[in-house]
Design a protein around this ligand. Structure first.
Ligand code: UN1
Length: 501
């Protein structure tokens, strides 16, 4: 295995100030400890919020294109350090190296996007009903943005939020997953390098890390000085964040559970479908929000498709994610393995036929949890299929009509991503229409995972409704002011009201 000290060293990370007790970083590759870190306390979070608030007071006055320059420099640091950071992501999260590097590429892409955006924070000019008046919309920086991120995309999700938040004129506090603190520390170190190159108009406290447990997250969520909480993780966590933020009427962007489906229609190109299914179901060991979890296969292609999937599942390269040919790395920890086994038991109880799913023991890795991804043929979409299990389990159900398949797609509480494989234009357009998929992401002839940063990312229902990344997601990080300017010499009132004094 690559040496953690070397990788941190390459990234210019000095762990000394972070060392202590309370937070332990493990590598899921072997289950061994990478570092013991000091857990911060809620009182320290409050101090950081104060610093973030004064940083915001300065940063909001720096012109947006100049703010973009900081993000451009950060993107340069990421480009220069892509290999080492990608390796660290693999070491701490267990995703295969190609995906670790892909995650850093996503960070670079969002930086490029945000740099362009820094010159495009456009408002509207609106026709006024009164003579000699003009109306317009201005977009202003919002305040302190609190980001809570998950272990499975330990660095990219912060970058989607932070790159936009910085060009929009905000300061950012980041509470990473307790399972992946080292990647966050490394990204922070790279950001500090960019800040140093940027110069003195970047205020102290513009970007801060909070390494701590859920009490620290709660302190950030409850602090009235934090204008926006952007949280990625389980629906359970999102519900807690949403209700706390609702108490103080704070803004939220929530990216919660997904339970993503694919429909394979009679006219599907099965070669393409097979590749898409395998990548989206077993990639990241089934631990993406967008992982494929439910497969609806038309009766007419079921017997051509499902045996092929079994064959491929039987020969998947499972193992050390740092090794070049590995396709499936470990689950994050023992709990993830237990949850997977529990779901497979429920699936069997509900009439499912399970293929795969067992643990693969690796020598010298008794605390690491490698599994054979599971295919489960289900008689119907029963209860277990309504739950998101963060593991490589793909449930398969037959269908007869497109209407039935779309209903199955939409019948779960989550609404993140979805896809259809078809070469029939009518079917594709029906799936994308108002009465088609109810998800935030709906794709044709590609899988549900691996979204590009250019589109808005997020989903409906229990997924939380938030949108991050591309398109106009930046508006979530700014406040809108509607301005009416009277350049006439009289004072006509709106709605024709006469008010003579
Ligand atoms: C997540 O799993 O938290 O679409 C996000 C994708 C990635 C993002 C996944 N771009 O799979």
């Amino acid at each position: 295995m690559h040496n953690i000290a070397d990788v941190l060293n390459k990234l210019g990370v000095d762990l000394t100030p972070y060392k202590g007790d309370g937070i332990i970083s493990h590598t899921p590759i072997t289950g061994t400890v990478l570092a013991n870190l000091r857990a911060e306390q809620p009182a320290q979070v409050a101090e950081k919020v104060a610093r973030a608030q004064s940083a915001f007071a300065q940063w909001r006055n720096v012109p947006a294109p100049r703010r973009g320059e900081l993000v451009r420099l950060f993107g340069e640091e990421l480009r220069a350090n892509k290999d080492a950071l990608g390796q660290l992501v693999t070491m701490e999260s267990g995703k295969i190296l190609q995906e670790g590097l892909g995650e850093v590429q996503e960070m670079i892409d969002i930086c490029d996007f945000a740099v362009g955006l820094s010159r495009q924070l456009y408002g509207l000019t609106i026709a006024s009903e009164r003579p000699g008046h003009r109306m317009m919309e201005s977009w202003h920086p919002l305040g302190v943005v609190g980001v809570i991120s998950a272990f499975n995309f330990p660095v990219a999700v912060w970058a989607w939020n932070a790159a936009l938040a910085f060009v929009c004129g905000n300061s950012v506090m980041w509470k990473p997953s307790e399972k992946t603190p080292l990647t966050a520390i490394a990204v922070h170190a790279l950001f500090v390098k960019a800040l140093t190159r940027f110069g003195s108009d970047a205020p102290e406290g513009l970007a801060q890390l909070v390494i701590g447990d859920s009490a620290c997250g709660a302190a950030m969520v409850d602090d009235a000085r934090v204008a926006l909480i952007s949280a990625t993780g389980s629906t359970k966590m999102g519900r807690a964040v949403a209700s706390r933020c609702a108490q103080r009427l704070a803004r939220t962007i929530l990216e919660l559970g997904g339970n993503n489906a694919m429909i394979v229609a009679p006219s599907a190109d099965l070669e393409m479908a097979v590749r898409a299914i395998v990548f989206s179901a077993v990639g990241t060991a089934g631990q993406r929000c967008t992982s494929l979890r439910r497969l609806f296969v038309h009766d007419s292609v079921y017997d051509a498709l499902v045996p092929r999937l079994k064959k491929i599942y039987g020969t998947l390269a499972i193992g050390n994610p740092l090794e070049k040919n590995t396709l499936v790395g470990p689950l994050i920890d023992a709990q993830a393995f237990a949850a997977m086994q529990q779901s497979l038991t429920s699936a069997r109880d509900e009439g499912g036929k399970v293929f795969g799913g067992e643990r693969q023991q690796m020598t010298d890795c008794s605390d690491a949890y490698y599994v054979h991804p599971a295919l489960v043929e289900m008689p119907t979409q029963s209860q277990i299929m309504h739950h998101e299990t963060f593991a490589p389990i793909l449930y398969i159900v037959r269908y007869q009509t497109l209407e039935q398949a779309i209903n199955l797609n939409n019948a779960v509480p989550q609404g993140l991503s979805s896809s259809i494989f078809t070469t029939d234009l009518r079917e594709a357009e029906t799936f994308l229409s108002a009465s088609g998929s109810d998800c935030g992401i709906a794709n044709v002839n590609i899988g549900p995972s691996g979204a590009e940063i250019g589109g808005a990312f997020g989903g409906e229902k229990e997924t939380g409704g938030g949108r991050e990344s591309g398109s106009d997601a930046w508006k979530g990080y700014m406040r809108r002011a509607t301005n009416t300017i009277n350049y006439s010499a009289s004072l006509p009132l709106a709605q024709g009201i006469s008010f003579t004094i």
